[in-house]
Design a protein around this ligand. Structure first.
Ligand code: SAH
Length: 246
């Protein structure tokens, strides 16, 4: 398997990539690549290149051999809006939803979310998203946005041309799957999932007033770290199997 690393577009100059010390270290010491070995460099924004390591000192470079036309992204963007769970639970949410193809992650603070996360946590989630995108062979690294309150998120919601689903366990809302298959699938999708304690009634009403459709993910109560995966898997499966209209 050809190893992949994320670089930034500014490192690409003509047919050469200038590697940072950390990338050089990673390629040489962690992946054990030497001069002449090949790897895939991706900029996390949709570009990928096949490159060959050329070890020059003091700065290591790589020669670009080919611009790769890989496509592993979902046909429409899915934004996960997730209330922050306790402890380190969000690490897994970021990792697994990135593997499943999420385009953007918006952490929200809800009535039952305890703490504003530290800047270190945000950095950590961004690093996890990068690692998971590399591992899943994606072309984009989903951005993890600055955490904001649910109310602020609802204020900035796109009004039209976007499907917005609000996952709620405690009511007889329709299941996400039929709701999804009934709608046009060329619009971006937003999925909101609550914290361990669930959304409050007021939050559910505010979300509905802001244009979210409440949906169920089945009869069982999923944990706050499980529900985003279930929702993502359902949406990804529908998007990747539906026939495009001719
Ligand atoms: N303690 C809460 C459950 C919270 S589960 C309660 O007892 O009601 C955490 C979040 O996962 C919920 O806010 C919801 O967004 C989502 N979730 C869990 N199970 C779900 C289900 N069966 N259907 C829809 N959403 C679900």
């Amino acid at each position: 398997m050809v190893q992949r690393i994320v670089i930034s577009l500014e490192q690409v100059n003509d047919l050469q990539i200038t590697l940072t010390a950390a990338q050089h270290h990673y390629l040489e010491r962690v992946l054990r690549l030497g001069a002449g070995d090949r790897f895939i460099a991706m900029d996390g924004q949709g570009h990928s290149w096949l490159a060959e390591l050329t070890l020059t000192t003091p700065t290591a470079h790589a020669k670009i051999l080919d611009h790769l036309d890989i496509q592993t992204e979902l046909p429409v963007a899915i934004t996960l809006v997730a209330a922050l769970p306790k402890g380190s639970g969000f690490d897994e949410v970021v990792r697994q939803c990135t593997e499943l193809g999420v385009a953007e992650i918006v952490p929200v603070l809800s009535d039952r979310t305890l703490l504003q996360p530290s800047p270190q946590k945000l950095e950590r989630w961004r690093r996890i998203a990068q690692e998971a995108a590399e591992q899943a062979e994606r072309q984009i690294v989903p951005p993890v946005r600055e955490p904001l309150s649910l109310v602020n998120h609802l204020e900035t919601l796109p009004g039209r041309e976007c499907h917005k689903f609000f996952c709620e366990a405690r009511d007889t809302y329709p299941h996400l799957l039929p709701q999804l298959t009934a709608c046009r699938l060329d619009w971006p999708i937003m999925l909101a999932v609550g914290p361990e304690g669930g959304w409050t009634e007021a939050e559910i009403q505010q979300a509905i007033a802001a244009g979210y459709q409440p949906v169920s993910l089945g009869e069982r109560i999923l944990r706050a770290v499980t529900a985003p995966l279930a929702a993502m898997a359902i949406v990804a499966a529908v998007l990747e199997t539906h026939e495009k209209p001719q």
